[in-house]
Design a binder for this molecule. Structure first.
Ligand SMILES: [Zn+2]
Length: 175
């Protein structure tokens, strides 16, 4: 975007190997007078705070935790900037004991989660009825899975899968 020799990295930008990059969607603003590169946001930057409810895509599942990318915050149409990765520890998935997080979540699942800690890293919980997976795809054919009671089912593969489901799986009302 710009070179660090010409401009100091400012808010919303970072420097890597002498170049300045933007960390979020916005237009780069180069302050000629002060030689500061920063981003101008159309909307003010939105960061997650404790008790915010967020929508995320699962990007990694380990036995002890789920890693996800926060995509939106419930109650606003604006995107999220700043720290956008969140961690869901296996003990925070459900009120019931979960031995391995991969029993309840898979990569690419879309989940609704609540922020229980926002600094220094975002920690999430899904241990409430309206929290958990709101959309999941079949692990085999990638078609969206249908809900059958507390399980998920793929009509074409005739396969059953298991998730920590939100009450309104595939029936999320826009707010
Ligand atoms: Zn399938």
């Amino acid at each position: 975007m710009a070179t660090a020799e010409e401009y100091m990295p400012g808010f919303g930008t970072f420097e890597d190997d002498g170049n300045i990059y933007s960390t979020a969607i916005g237009s780069l603003y180069l302050d000629e007078g002060n030689k500061i590169a920063r981003l101008d946001f159309k909307n003010p930057p939105l960061v997650a705070f404790d008790e915010d409810v967020v929508f995320c895509e699962v990007t990694d599942v380990k036995p002890s935790m789920v890693v996800c990318r926060i995509q939106a915050m419930e109650g606003t149409s604006r995107g999220i900037t700043g720290e956008t990765m969140g961690t869901l520890h296996v003990s925070k998935i459900s009120n019931r004991y979960v031995e391995d997080a991969s029993e309840k979540f898979r990569i690419t699942d879309i989940i609704r989660a609540e922020v229980i800690q926002s600094r220094p890293s975002i920690q999430l919980t899904t241990a409430k009825p309206h929290l958990g997976v709101i959309m999941a795809r079949c692990n085999s054919c990638r078609e969206p899975l249908d809900r059958k009671g507390n399980k998920l089912y793929c009509e074409s593969c005739e396969r059953t899968e298991y998730r920590k489901l939100a009450k309104d799986y595939r029936d999320v009302k826009p707010c």
